[in-house]
Design a protein around this ligand. Structure first.
Ligand code: 13P
Ligand code: SF4
Length: 302
């Protein structure tokens, strides 16, 4: 505990000295999430918050695509990611050339790109989405058919919700693809009355068996609103830890999967990032211009 306290003190002092804020995703460990961050949330909330940051420096406690999105939306700021290896299996699954090939193959079909992608992939897209607004983004286009990349399961889940035909890509989240419908059946048997919440990156068979599916922020809001006595969040492990802090009266059942990328961020490397002002996120200006358009179109969807 004294080591934690020292790290936290050091980060607080450095934040003041650098005029910096820490934005943390809901999958960050509770020490980061509750002790050193200024703003927390899902990908959508972090994008919106990043746009309004007035401090000089943003430390993104999350994965690389989140830091890139912050830089796209607030390019004057210095954006730091504490570990450059904090990637994402979805972002890795598709290249800009793959997107250009899809456009050639399906001329005129709009390309909706999940924010879990590189800025270079966003730059080839018409509009972005997050798990929190994917349905609204797809419906806002008013067309019978869209391409949604790269998360195959998110695309299938949104197709089921909207009735829009969706051309998919074979990307998967390495954390959520591991949940199975059988896990839910077993949970219901072992914990009678349990309410099951699943992230929409889970396979459609899992989402179908769950009581509710939504982004990480939507899961938190569901728990706060419905106060299920027994609940399981089928998502990354830190999510339950962070939400449970606010609901000591509820029982959180915890089968979960760790995201090795999110877990690369630690108090130690946040402190190091602020001490050394590394690793700074930069984006080629021409790519950034096109990627920003796709993200801004997403943010304009109500
Ligand atoms: P959210 O936008 O729901 O926070 O999800 C981000 C993510 O990486 C989920 O795996
Ligand atoms: Fe990517 Fe999945 Fe990790 Fe989210 S949980 S950052 S989608 S690998």
């Amino acid at each position: 505990w004294p080591v934690y306290a020292q790290e936290i003190d050091a980060i607080m002092t450095l934040k003041e000295r650098r005029n910096a804020v820490v934005l943390a995703h809901n999958y960050q460990t509770p020490d980061i999430y509750h002790c050193v961050s200024d703003l927390v949330g899902d990908s959508l909330a972090l994008a919106r918050e990043a746009m309004n940051v007035e401090a000089d420096v943003i430390v993104l406690a999350g994965v690389h695509f989140m830091a890139e999105t912050a830089k796209l939306l607030n390019p004057e700021k210095t954006v730091l990611i504490p570990d450059l290896g904090a990637g994402c299996s979805l972002a890795e699954s598709i290249t800009p050339e793959d997107v250009r090939a899809l456009r050639r193959r399906y001329p005129g079909v709009p390309i909706v790109t999940y924010v879990n992608t590189s800025a270079a992939v966003k730059a080839e897209s018409d509009i972005c989405c997050t798990s929190g607004n994917a349905k609204a983004v797809v419906e806002s286009l008013g067309v019978p058919r869209v391409i949604m990349i790269p998360d195959e399961y998110l695309a299938q889940n949104i197709a089921a919700e909207t009735g829009v035909e969706i051309i998919t890509w074979k990307g998967h989240c390495e954390v959520h693809e591991r949940f199975e419908p059988e896990d839910i059946r077993q949970l219901r048997e072992d914990y009678p009355g349990v309410t099951v919440l699943a992230h929409p990156e889970c396979p459609p068979e899992v989402v179908k068996e769950a009581d509710f599916s939504g982004s990480t922020a939507m899961m938190s809001a569901y728990v706060a609103r419905e106060k299920p006595q027994r609940v399981v969040l089928l998502t990354e492990c830190s999510m339950s830890d962070n939400v449970a802090v606010h609901h000591p009266d509820l029982e959180f059942i915890r089968p979960c999967n760790l995201c090795p990328h999110m877990k690369k961020i630690t108090l130690g490397n946040i402190r190091h990032a602020l001490e050394t002002m590394t690793h700074e996120v930069t984006i080629d200006p021409e790519v950034a211009g096109r990627a920003r358009l796709a993200v801004e179109r997403m943010l304009a969807v109500k």
